[in-house]
Ligand binder design. Structure first.
Ligand SMILES: Nc1ncnc2c1ncn2[C@@H]1O[C@H](COP(=O)(O)OP(=O)(O)O)[C@@H](O)[C@H]1O
Ligand SMILES: [Mg+2]
Length: 480
């Protein structure tokens, strides 16, 4: 019997059990099933004002999925990924299809139960809370409904639910500006994982600490420790701040809400303060989730300068919202990030209880990062330590660019296997571009900028091996 049959029977059983047992809610359905039956909305009373009575009991969220769940070839295909769902089960004697509506039914549920029970194990049952409950008392299985529910991803982390929520909060008119300001990603859409990141011991310790705090938030609440769960990531661009926040979301299966502060520009001022509030409301409704506020220095900068009053108001709204959100009470982990810690004022620093430093990687870390990013690549005579030695001052992001350059360069020669030499060339190339970027346009380098001048070989198209000796401190020694 094929897996396809098992998949489809599981689907048929689930829809049948779920339709009959009204105590089950959407968190009892595997994500791939509820995506099919989700009818939109987030189940709150949408006509009511949004002054929020946080009472999201499962009762008033249930309306997103309507009973009975209809099992048709269409819904079965979508939920299980089986191309020909009816073909997969048509030979079984307890299935039937209505030609006209395309609906598939179980004619003898006891038979179907038995057939299914003979073929699944605990592990699989635990992925389907509806069936875990159904078979809980069955002798062959050692599963509980509760365990399966705990393991099932909550509806809050599904894209469909997130979309419904965003629609509810941000109406058509401010949709566009709002999309510039916030970006919400379901954990399944985050493709960054902690395995892909090379972290310092200090970073690992801090992240461990915060996962523990999240795990034990009831305890922390009970002993009155509430000032916890606001992290500030500090470090130069390209050192992994955004990636680490995303990887945490993926690791803990939490939605990732990102606010881009630079998007609070005068262009939208009328609505901005309101949208900042809405963003925090959304985060609370999505909880548990991670709220990532990038470019936090923007806050301080705005407060200091003589900016537009409305802009200051928006920033003050933001600071107040930061104060009012809590990991313990709202289950929102707030992570701020900045490339310019020197520009943060006291008011900003004070709001974070842990500061995590993202330094430029040292040689050992660079070698590790190189190993991680080349995991899927073929590189002859690859020596990450040697490359690390000649890339001091480069960040993880820079190293990624170097590798990309090497790959593309090799492709121009139709090669998909790289060599250590390709990498060394790409490093050199990177350094040249970097020194162009850092060139002082006003002083010293003027001569080099004159057309026809040879900018340290930057324009070389692989001709002569060039003067060599690209040092890595970006000093501007392009004179000749
Ligand atoms: N420590 C690191 N380990 C692995 N990859 C890294 C590291 N630091 C940066 N990167 C890579 O560099 C890129 C940019 O990182 P990002 O998180 O956007 O940096 P930041 O937010 O600090 O500017 C990402 O693709 C990331 O994977
Ligand atoms: Mg970033």
């Amino acid at each position: 019997m094929s897996d396809a049959a098992l998949d489809v029977v599981e689907f048929l059983l689930t829809t049948s059990v779920y339709s009959d047992d009204r105590t089950l809610d959407e968190n009892d359905l595997p994500p791939s099933y509820r995506r099919v039956f989700w009818t939109g909305g987030t189940g709150s009373n949408e006509s009511e004002d949004d002054s929020e009575d946080e009472s999201d009991t499962s009762a008033d969220r249930r309306q997103g999925i309507t009973r009975p769940l209809s099992a048709t070839t269409g819904t079965a295909r979508e939920a299980t990924g089986v191309d020909q769902p009816w073909n997969a089960v048509s030979e079984l004697m307890f299935t039937e299809r209505d030609e006209f509506s395309g609906s598939i039914t179980l004619t003898q549920t006891e038979l179907a139960d038995r057939w299914f029970a003979d073929r699944v194990d605990d592990e699989r049952l635990l992925e389907n809370p509806t069936l875990a409950k159904h078979f809980e008392a069955h002798d062959d299985f050692d599963v509980t409904h509760e365990a399966a529910r705990e393991q099932n991803r909550p509806i809050h982390a599904d894209r469909v639910w997130i979309d419904g929520l965003l629609e509810e909060y941000f109406n058509e008119d401010d949709d566009e500006e709002m999309l510039d300001l916030v970006d919400v990603r379901a954990p399944e859409e985050v493709d960054m994982s902690l395995d892909d990141l090379v972290l310092t011991d200090d970073q690992e310790n801090e992240l461990d600490k915060i996962s523990k705090a999240i795990e034990h938030r009831d305890y922390l609440s009970a002993i009155g420790l509430r000032e916890i769960g606001k992290l500030l990531f500090v470090g130069p661009p390209g050192t992994g701040k955004t990636s680490t926040a995303q990887a945490l979301a993926q690791d803990m299966d939490l939605p990732f809400v990102e606010v881009k502060l630079s998007m609070i520009t005068s262009q939208y001022l009328g609505e901005t303060a309101k949208n900042v509030d809405k963003t925090f409301e959304v985060a609370k409704r999505l909880s548990p989730c991670i709220l990532f506020i990038d470019e936090f220095d923007f806050v301080a900068k705005t407060r200091r300068s003589d900016e537009h009053a409305a802009l200051k108001r928006a920033v003050n709204t933001l600071l107040k919202a930061v104060d009012n959100i809590s990991l313990i009470d709202d289950e929102v982990l707030l992570i701020g990030a900045t490339n310019h810690p020197d520009q943060l004022d006291d008011a900003a620093w004070r709001r974070f209880d842990e500061i995590i430093n993202f330094p430029k990687p040292d040689s050992g870390m660079r070698a590790d990062i190189l190993s991680v990013i080349t995991r899927q690549m073929q590189i002859e005579e690859f020596d990450p330590h040697l490359i690390a030695d000649v890339t001091s001052g480069l960040t993880g992001s820079d190293l990624r660019m170097v590798l990309r350059e090497a790959v593309l360069e090799a492709l121009t020669e139709d090669r998909t296997t790289l060599t250590q030499k390709d990498l060394l060339n790409a490093v050199e190339e990177f350094e040249e571009r970097d020194s162009l970027k850092n060139m002082d346009m006003i002083e010293g380098d003027h001569d080099a900028l004159v057309a026809g001048g040879d900018i340290g070989g930057a324009a070389s198209d692989g001709g002569e091996p060039d003067s060599g000796g690209h040092d890595h401190d970006h000093s501007h020694d392009h004179d000749h």
